[in-house]
Design a protein around this ligand. Structure first.
Ligand code: SAM
Length: 243
């Protein structure tokens, strides 16, 4: 038996995925409005920056892991056009369902696959870009997920990870106060689930910092890994290339 973290709790790793599923089952219907409220709209800027750094072109193929309600998948679909492809995936049916509805409303019927990032049902060397936004933090074996993302990227293709990270030290106190009081309160009144948003704050603190994640991506076999701090490191975007 091996232990892992679920926020600040130590749990048997067999149970983490179920606990994470419970969180996203509970918040799926309020996920987008909560994202806008919690980040004061900043998540849109972080994602727009991600799309710019990803630099996908018309006709290319993209795999969006832990794609949830689909905003990155939609942005990539617009970039690759009808001649390209974007596969929208997530382990959670409720999140994927919300995302699929949103994509259809926007006029995009993308292939949608329920799958675990730690064991991807795609052939090696397939995608020009593999992306994950705010998903890696929730995975039980982040090293396996990164190795899988690398496996399915084509040689010369890139893997990008957008995730909460370590903010600039002078901001830490204010950021802690915000995360551990305002976030759970917003969760309680808007999503009717205070615990889910306490988990969010805790899982951010337990996630590897910028340099550690960079090393993990290198260990997964990616080259030329670099990262870009956004909003003073509250979020970081990592990018690496498959050789
Ligand atoms: C915070 S949401 C991010 C959704 C979306 N990418 C975004 O940026 O808004 C995290 C997502 O990760 C998914 N997830 C968690 N563990 C996963 C896993 N092992 N494999 C695939 N998706 C996973 C959850 O179901 C959830 O939809």
């Amino acid at each position: 038996m091996s232990d892992t973290h679920f926020g600040f709790q130590t749990v048997d790793e067999k149970h983490k995925a179920d606990r994470v599923r419970g969180v996203f089952d509970s918040v799926a219907s309020k996920y987008d409005v909560m994202n806008d409220l919690m980040s004061m709209g900043l998540h849109r800027v972080w994602k727009a920056y991600t799309v710019a750094v990803a630099d996908v072109r018309e006709g290319q193929s993209v795999l969006d892991i832990a794609g949830g309600t689909g905003d990155l998948a939609l942005a990539f679909a617009k970039k690759v056009g009808k001649g390209g492809s974007v596969v929208h995936t997530d382990i959670n049916e409720a999140m994927l369902h919300a995302g699929r509805n949103r994509l259809l409303d926007a006029g995009w019927a993308l292939p949608t696959v329920i799958c675990d990032a730690e064991s991807l049902p795609f052939a090696r060397d397939t995608f020009d870009l593999v992306s994950v936004a705010f998903g890696l933090r929730n995975m039980t074996h982040k090293d396996r997920a990164l190795a899988e993302m690398t496996r399915v990227a084509r040689p010369g293709g890139r893997v990008i990870v957008l995730e909460f990270s370590r903010p600039w030290k002078p901001l830490e106190k204010a950021y802690d106060a915000y995360s551990f009081s305002i976030l759970p309160a917003l969760g309680k009144y808007v999503a009717k689930d205070e615990a889910a948003y306490r988990y969010l704050a805790e899982s951010i603190r337990m996630h590897p910092d910028q340099e550690t994640l960079k090393s993990m991506m290198e260990a997964a076999g990616l080259a030329r890994v670099e990262y870009f701090n956004l909003t003073a490191g509250v979020v970081a975007l990592h990018r690496g290339y498959k050789t």
